[in-house]
Design a protein around this ligand. Sequence first.
Ligand SMILES: CC(C)(COP(=O)(O)OP(=O)(O)OC[C@H]1O[C@@H](n2cnc3c(N)ncnc32)[C@H](O)[C@@H]1OP(=O)(O)O)[C@@H](O)C(=O)NCCC(=O)NCCS
Length: 175
Amino acid sequence: MVAIPKSKEFMLRHFRMSDSKAYFECLNDGATKHGFMDTTKNLGEAKKKIRKMIAEYNKAEPHDEYLAIEVGGEFAGYVCVDDLNKEHFKHRGGIGYCIHPKYRGNGLATKATLLITNYAFKKYRLKRMVGMCRTFNKASARVLEKAGYKLEGILRKNKCKNGKYLDDMMWAKVR
Ligand SMILES: CC(C)(COP(=O)(O)OP(=O)(O)OC[C@H]1O[C@@H](n2cnc3c(N)ncnc32)[C@H](O)[C@@H]1OP(=O)(O)O)[C@@H](O)C(=O)NCCC(=O)NCCS
């Protein structure tokens, strides 16, 4: 059993339904909507998503594991490992994160990314963790760089959003 890592500055823990409102605030923010392909549109969708996360916690081979970041008892954002347990790719996981606007610019994403990356390598016996971000998302790219991910290349016209083709940076950490 691999324990959820600890930090002196914040707590990482599994999501609770009571995180719904703050989680929705994270997603219903201009920078988040710009950086993500899609986000939840209302509180009801946010609750549904949290219910799905919680259901994954008890599975032997989950698809993902989301960790809430708590600062002084408040929900400050999340980090997650996703894309787990895919046939032929069981050695691989993806990293994701979003910080509540109120808590950005304090190094939370970088520190939590470092912690969940090490945790995921151990817990899911991974060999490769992948981080993808749009090329315009400089803050996200910097988080991955500071957390020790290496830029492997640019995936040109990798996504299509609102009729526009977008390039992605592919970052990875291997063990
Ligand atoms: C991206 C995000 C997670 C960063 O969270 P954070 O806790 O503020 O990140 P950190 O404080 O750990 O680090 C951010 C780094 O990006 C830098 N940065 C921020 N905005 C930047 C910009 N416009 N251009 C260049 N660098 C920028 C910061 O200066 C910092 O680097 P530094 O420590 O070298 O100064 C947060 O902005 C967020 O939640 N954005 C919306 C969701 C999102 O885009 N998620 C990622 C999808 S791929």
